[in-house]
Design a protein around this ligand. Structure first.
Ligand SMILES: Cc1ncc(COP(=O)(O)O)c(C=O)c1O
Length: 394
């Protein structure tokens, strides 16, 4: 921009690039991974089972099934819930593509609904408008860690006999009206991708109160075999198996579960650190031409997964220009997300077009995520604030 000094000419400049979404991995994870390698059993086995039990205890749910990603979790959750070709599943237009892709993987049709502002979760009033005879499920996303309006969605699901499938990829620590993220829907899916609140590098989990669904997912996640590899090869001796469906290869491994066991133990401590960073950002960025994240709704806990600002109308830079300025100042940022209906695949296959979901579009054009990881030092956080201020005010 004219009149703006080149970043490299200024005195202040971070020396190291601050990577967006860098995970905090401790010595315990490293020791556990080594222990797994030395044990001789790296695949799906006792550590995966332990992670399922401990994650279920954390969420206070009856059953958990560990899988290879949240995308796989969503796909298999839909199959377990009986979603099939010809069915419609209502999905927010503002989410990561895999929420909607998983519906397509199940053979069903994703039907978008707009989001509410300023909370950015699926708008129950628009969900109601999108219900047809073919609708089988609603798929709320607890967006950035903020729970969806579950009271309204549950009432709607009950009235129309719909299944609630939760996308809690951002929301492991989220609470809503005294319930954990695993207790809000009939079945809920979590992500352990590298940037998530806890990571197994790649991985995911399904949580449900229904044993038959959890059992079915475990079978579908491993070729449709009636016994997993640990059950076949463990020290109990070889056991025969039978293929009961044409399953997939979506199993979690003990090597990756080794990360998760210790990440899980540090969840609350890491949330407290992200909460402090969140407050520091909100204090430090107040008064700038930005829309800051909305406060959590009463009687809820926000999992503080993504701190995203929206560039306000009339700001001297648009979102992409602000990203470029921050990049020049060695600050990595992200965009979560472009509204789904604007992507080629959904336009061409489902007939969506610009203007269909105004709130999702407006967020998609203006949103910018700042680094938020327990690994950030106070100096990192101040650097981000200074860089945003400098970009917008100079
Ligand atoms: C809202 C949402 N749903 C689903 C996913 C998919 O997670 P995974 O990468 O574990 O498949 C993500 C990942 O970023 C996400 O943000």
């Amino acid at each position: 921009m004219e009149g703006r000094p080149a970043a490299e000419d200024r005195e202040y400049m971070r020396k190291e690039f601050l990577v967006y979404g860098s995970p905090a991995i401790g010595e315990e994870e490293i020791a556990e991974v080594l222990d797994t390698i030395r044990s001789g059993w790296l695949g799906t086995g006792p550590k995966t089972e332990r992670l399922e039990r401990e994650f279920a205890a954390y969420l206070n749910v009856k059953h958990c099934a560990a899988v290879s990603s949240c995308t796989a979790a969503l796909h298999l959750a839909m199959l377990a819930a009986g979603i099939k070709q010809g069915d419609e599943v209502i999905v927010p237009a503002m989410t990561f593509c895999s929420t909607a892709n998983a519906v397509v993987h199940a053979g069903a049709t994703p039907v978008f609904a707009d989001i509410e502002l300023p909370g950015m979760t699926i708008d129950p009033a628009d969900v109601k408008r999108k219900i047809t005879k073919k609708t089988k499920a609603i798929l709320p996303v607890h967006f950035y860690g903020r729970p969806a309006d579950m009271a309204a969605l549950r009432a709607c699901a009950r009235r129309h006999r719909l299944v609630l499938i939760g996308d809690a990829a951002h929301a492991i620590e989220t609470h809503y009206h005294g319930k954990t993220a695993g207790q809000l829907c009939d079945i809920t899916c979590f992500s352990f991708y590298i940037t998530k609140n806890m990571t197994t590098v790649e991985g995911g989990m399904v949580a449900t109160g229904r044993k038959e669904w959890a059992d079915r997912i475990k079978i579908l996640a491993l070729h449709g075999m009636s016994k997993d590899a640990w059950a076949r090869y463990s020290d109990k001796g070889y056991r025969h198996y039978e293929v009961v469906s044409a399953g997939f290869k979506n199993n979690m491994t003990d090597l990756l579960a080794s990360f998760g066991l210790h990440q899980l133990r540090r969840l609350e401590q890491n949330l407290a650190r992200r909460e402090a960073i969140w407050q520091a950002y909100s204090r430090g960025l107040a008064g700038l031409p930005l829309i800051l994240p909305a406060d959590p709704a009463p009687d809820t806990r926000h999992a503080r997964h993504i701190y995203a600002v929206r560039v306000a109308r009339g700001a001297p830079l648009d979102r992409d220009e602000l990203m470029d300025e921050l990049y020049k100042r060695n600050i990595g940022t992200g965009v979560h997300y472009t509204a789904l209906h604007l992507h080629k695949f959904y336009r061409e296959n489902f007939g969506y077009k610009k203007g269909d979901f105004p709130n999702a579009e407006s967020v998609g054009k203006t949103t910018l995520s700042l680094p938020l990881s327990p690994k950030l030092t106070n100096k990192d956080v101040q650097d981000v604030i200074d860089a945003v201020k400098e970009s917008l005010l100079s």
